[in-house]
Design a protein around this ligand. Structure first.
Ligand code: SF4
Length: 321
């Protein structure tokens, strides 16, 4: 059974009617993910006492600094939000989180693409590219954990990266909890291909740590290993190492597959490289052959199923933004 990641989510993403206008945002992915993760939610604007419904707030430039401002009342909520987020982050650090899903473009929860108004007047113009007051703090405090907004998660590659990160991280937390050298070496062995696809350098370093040839205390090794695990997932998957792993795995079937099957696989890999097919569609082919030809070594590899397959939603375009 997979370990359940603990995920922080903006409360308005279907958990409560707490948006400024009293609405909620029903997000299909956030809802479906709920079956496989434990959510911790909050609404920073409600927590600082803004109430609901409320006059909208904005990120504005005020005397040369960014401020969280409510044009209708002329009130500046920057201090309240910064104080709240410090308190909340301390509490969240004890929660052993594996990731965050924040509301996109919100002046509080947004991590990017938040409007930055060039003044405090209702009519002030704006540019894009800023971050919300809470979301910006999340990135500073919790990266390189998986941190995304619901808008970006409509994009297949971003969503698959996010899911791989949170489920691998949650599994590692269970390994840490077990506290044995065997649990760590098993974890390293079954995640070898996945780590190879993300970051070969880190994978090799983590391999040495898991081997623990110097017989260091397990707790100490786990701490160091966990840091490298986050570094390994810090960057999104890129095509070249993934194609290498796929090609390597295909090699296990060179005797069994007929020419047409190999051709179809190579074409699927090309479509993945061109961004026309999600990775899961290509690994799905390999999984079928793993089962058919009973390749136990590959069967154990999380690369082929780093998260529950029910979360691969083929019902949307996956183009996202
Ligand atoms: S974006 Fe954040 S602050 Fe705004 S309503 Fe949603 S949870 Fe609350």
């Amino acid at each position: 059974m997979r370990a359940k990641p603990r995920i922080f989510a903006s409360k308005c993403l279907g958990f409560a009617n707490c948006r400024w206008d009293g609405a909620t945002v029903n997000d299909r992915f956030v809802e479906r993910l709920g079956k496989y993760v434990d959510y911790i939610t909050c609404c920073p604007e409600m927590e600082i006492g803004l109430g609901c419904p409320r006059d909208p707030i904005r990120v504005v430039l005020k005397e040369g600094n960014r401020a969280l401002f409510q044009p209708n009342t002329g009130k500046d909520f920057s201090k309240e939000m910064l104080a709240y987020r410090s308190k909340q982050f301390l509490a969240l650090k004890k929660e052993k989180l594996s990731g965050f899903i924040l509301k996109s473009r919100s002046p509080s929860c947004g991590i990017k693409d938040v409007k930055l108004f060039n003044g405090t007047k209702e009519t002030s113009g704006h540019t894009g590219g800023s971050a919300g007051f809470f979301g910006e703090g999340v990135v500073k405090e919790f990266a390189p954990l998986a941190i995304e907004d619901e808008g970006r998660l409509t994009n297949f590659p971003i969503r698959e990266n996010f899911l791989a990160k949170i489920f691998t991280h949650a599994e590692f937390l269970a390994v840490k909890n077990a506290g044995t050298a065997r649990a760590l070496s098993d974890f390293q062995a079954k995640n070898k291909y996945l780590l190879l696809a993300y970051n070969e350098k880190e994978m090799r370093l983590m391999g040495s740590l898991a081997a623990n040839l110097k017989k260091r205390p397990v707790k100490e090794v786990n701490e160091e290993y966990g840091g490298h695990l986050l570094l390994a997932f810090a960057k999104q998957l890129s095509f070249k190492p993934v194609i290498n792993v796929l090609t390597h795995a295909l090699g296990y079937f060179k005797e069994q597959l007929v020419k047409e099957e190999k051709k179809f696989f190579l074409e699927s890999m090309e479509k993945y490289r061109a961004g026309k097919l999600p990775l899961s569609a290509v690994t799905g082919l390999l999984q079928m052959w793993i089962v058919k030809y009973k390749v136990d070594y590959l069967k154990e590899q999380t690369f082929f199923s780093p998260f529950p397959e029910e979360l691969v939603d083929l019902g949307d375009s996956g183009k996202g933004r």
